[in-house]
Design a protein around this ligand. Structure first.
Ligand code: SF4
Ligand code: SF4
Length: 167
C-alpha cells in the first residue's frame, strides 16, 4: 500500500512541475529581480545634491578584478572629490565589494543588468555615465553630517564585576 502511495506522490509531484514555467520570453518579458540583485554599479549624490564620492580609492583597492580607476582632487572648500572615475564593465563581476567598502555610500550596485555592447571599449564607463541624479538606496545618508563631527562624551561606565554572572 505504501508503495502505491509513494508512486502516486511522485507522479503528483511530476505533474505539478510540468505546469511550472521558469523560462521567460526575454526581452518581451522582464525577469522579476530580487531586492538584493547586484547589477551595474552607479555613483550617487547625497540629499543636498553633492557628489558623495570623496575619492578615497577604497573601492578601487578592494575590487578583485581591478576594473575601477579614479583620480581625486580638492575643491576650494577642502572637500575631496573624484576628478575622474572609470569602471570597465567588461571586467566587473558584480561582486558588490566596492559597495561594501565605500565609506560614503557613494558607489552602489543598481538593478541594471542589460547593457550589451558590440564594442569592448564601450564597456568603459566614465564618471558622467556612472553618476545618477539621486541618492540610490540610502535617501537620508549624508556623509559630512557624520564625518569630522565631534561626538558627545559618553557617560562614565558603571563598574561591574565580570565574574558576577558566573553560576
Ligand atoms: S562589483 Fe566587484 S568587480 Fe564590479 S566594480 Fe565593484 S568590486 Fe569591482
Ligand atoms: S566610490 Fe566610495 S570607496 Fe570609491 S573612491 Fe568614492 S568614496 Fe571611496
Amino acid at each position: 500500500m505504501s508503495l502505491w502511495r509513494g508512486l502516486l506522490a511522485s507522479l503528483w509531484t511530476t505533474l505539478r512541475q510540468l505546469r511550472r514555467r521558469d523560462t521567460l520570453e526575454y526581452p518581451e518579458q522582464e525577469p522579476k529581480l530580487g531586492e538584493r540583485w547586484r547589477g551595474r554599479p552607479v555613483l550617487t549624490h547625497d540629499p543636498d545634491g553633492e557628489e558623495r564620492c570623496v575619492a578615497c580609492e577604497l573601492c578601487s583597492a578592494v575590487c578583485p578584478t581591478q576594473c575601477i580607476a579614479l583620480e581625486g582632487a580638492d575643491r576650494p572648500d577642502g572637500r575631496r572629490f573624484a576628478q575622474s572615475f572609470r569602471i570597465n564593465f567588461a571586467r566587473c563581476i558584480y561582486c558588490g565589494l566596492c559597495e561594501e567598502a565605500c565609506p560614503t555610500l557613494a558607489i552602489q550596485l543598481s538593478p541594471e543588468y542589460a547593457f550589451a555592447k558590440t564594442e569592448r571599449g564601450d564597456f568603459v564607463y566614465h564618471k558622467e555615465a556612472l553618476l545618477i541624479e539621486g541618492t540610490g538606496k540610502h535617501p537620508e545618508y549624508r556623509y559630512y553630517a557624520h564625518a569630522g563631527v565631534r561626538t558627545q562624551a559618553l557617560p562614565k561606565p558603571v563598574h561591574c564585576d565580570p565574574r558576577s554572572n558566573l553560576p
